[in-house]
Unconditional design. Structure first.
Length: 236
């Protein structure tokens, strides 16, 4: 079994608006998260979809599933956690309870606010997770990366060809995530909020899957304008 785990627990603080989280903002007539769910449902690799959403927005998410997917029983909604990894943990528990997902189920976790995910990336993630255990989607860094330990001066300039920008999906088996998540201390769980970093810290080789420039994250108002342009909706 392969499950798309959509992380939609953010509150949109960097978008500069306080009405609703960015995953619920309108993009070409539909909320951003609806576009993202549609990509997973369109993939022949995906069997079920679980969306982890902030508890205050569960009712809206349920309404959106009813409106745009006619209450599709292949989609489940669960309350997110206090950080990304806790939300993934909740998504996994929901997948086991609602869909009887076995331990070897592949979980393809993805940001709700990356609606331009391609079917090729999903396919490559599933294949890599099956072969290597865990994988992360990345693109090569196009700009020189500057490191500063104090935020005032350059402390290092890494070799650019060795630098990559992380995207999502990040994919792995349910069993492997539970093993690694369970090995983390409470202090580590508060600090390490990225799933692949958690795997890396426990000594796993995280395989790289080639991402795409269009698979960007809608974080700031400019990103939303860019997304509207790509959708052919330049009216806002």
């Amino acid at each position: 079994m392969v499950i798309g785990g959509i992380v939609a627990g953010g509150i949109g603080s960097r978008m500069g608006q306080n009405i609703k989280p960015k995953q619920f903002l309108d993009l070409a007539g539909k909320p951003v998260v609806v576009h993202t769910i549609e990509k997973f449902l369109a993939s022949p690799e995906i069997d079920k979809v679980v969306v982890g959403v902030h508890k205050e927005w569960i009712h809206l998410m349920n309404d959106l599933v009813e409106k745009y997917f006619d209450g599709n029983d292949s989609i489940a909604i669960v309350a997110g956690g206090s950080n990304r990894n806790e939300t993934i943990y909740n998504i996994i528990n929901c997948a086991k309870e609602k869909f009887n997902a076995p331990a070897d189920t592949i979980m393809v976790t993805h940001d709700a606010v990356r609606p331009f995910l391609s079917l090729r990336i999903i396919e490559d993630n599933v294949a890599a997770a099956r072969e290597y255990g865990v994988c992360d989607t990345v693109i090569s860094a196009s700009d020189t990366i500057i490191q500063s330990e104090n935020g005032e001066y350059i402390t290092d300039v890494p070799i650019r060809k060795q630098m990559y920008q992380g995207q999502t999906p990040q994919s792995f088996s349910i069993e492997l995530f539970e093993k690694v998540y369970g090995s983390m201390t409470e202090e580590e769980l508060q600090i390490v909020t990225d799933a692949c970093k958690m795997f890396f810290l426990r000594g796993y080789n995280v395989h790289l899957v080639e991402g795409e420039v269009n698979n960007f994250k809608i974080t700031y108002p400019f990103d939303l304008k860019m997304a509207m342009t790509l959708m052919g909706d330049e009216s806002k």
